[in-house]
Write a protein that binds this ligand. Sequence first.
Ligand code: SF4
Length: 403
Amino acid sequence: MIERRPTRQIHVGSVPVGGGAQVTVQSMTTTKTADVDGTLAQVYALTGAGADIVRITCNDVDAAQGLAEIVPRSPVPIVADVHFQYKLALAALEAGVHALRLNPGNIRNEAHIKEVARAAGERGVPIRIGVNGGSLDKDLLAKYGSAVPAALVESAETEIHYLEDVGFYDIKISVKHSHVPSMVESYRLLSQRVEYPLHLGVTEAGPPPGGLIKSVAGIATLLLEGIGDTIRFSLTADPVEEAKAGRQLLEYLGLRERAGLDLIACPSCGRAEVDVIEVVKEAQRRLEEADLPIQVAVMGCVVNGPGEAREADIGIAAGRGKGHLFIKGNVVRVVPEAEMVDALLDEARKLVEEGVEARLAAADGVAEQLAAEAAEEILQIQGDVNHTEERRARVAEVAKSSP
Ligand code: SF4
């Protein structure tokens, strides 16, 4: 049994981090954030693979505007990754993100950092101080000669003081290094000095298998010492592999339960055509009874549901009084809404027995067309129900405001 180091608890959206909460898995999208549908599809894929929290880059105004659309449609909390431009951190907050990651090595102006902390504090949004051996503050590099553990920890502590100065304590910290012994030493040192929760990772670990081995070596060593509250594998690979590996590591160390049925669901938004929570409850109860080893998605609308959850084995999306059953993103059957959970169970059983190819071959030939018509009808009736343009304009205004 691993005895975990006590830390403060923060909340990234609905997910607790630290303070005895289960260790969580994070990953990061590789899409352009401005590509809202592509990014959401990856967020869903990462969630299905075991990610509890997903980080998305916020590297320009288009990305910040993309976040405004992604956040309300994401099944898990979203962290905006911000470098260099503090205005983009403010814009990401305006976009509604659940947490920020700031790199103290490249956002160095104390007044700017404090302005971001105040804005985050007003919204109850935590900040990760994300120190990275490869992008360490240049003054610290000059002082220490290289990115040694003491330099990484000093960078984190300077940033902590800036945040605490304005009464901000919703903090988690990472001190990542690509050299495993330096990474382990940095976290050990930091954990003796702060009570904030720690986000573990070996940065720029590279492609598997080397990247996996480095990540496991660093992260597992610390977790076994009770250090670490949330983890990320930084692999040069499909991020789904990162999420899977992170999840597996926690299961192997006995820090997470083994996953059975994998049910993912959209959080519901202005487009929802059905009470997603009720449908999910019923689907979960019946799927657990059936004990089917598959990933199932329950989505509130057919406009975006099949695309967002296209990595799921099977899913259902509501629209215009109908349930649209999809397999790997392809709509295969349309049924009355009252029968959607029955149909989901029926198709899920057949999918497990017959496989994806056979069930796609058995698809109702008009289902895709019916789904497209329902989506079009919803778009015409609802219009911009998520106030997308208004939110994008506000985000751009914050990002571009002077100075
Ligand atoms: S209701 Fe539709 S657009 Fe909204 S989160 Fe669910 S699937 Fe996505």
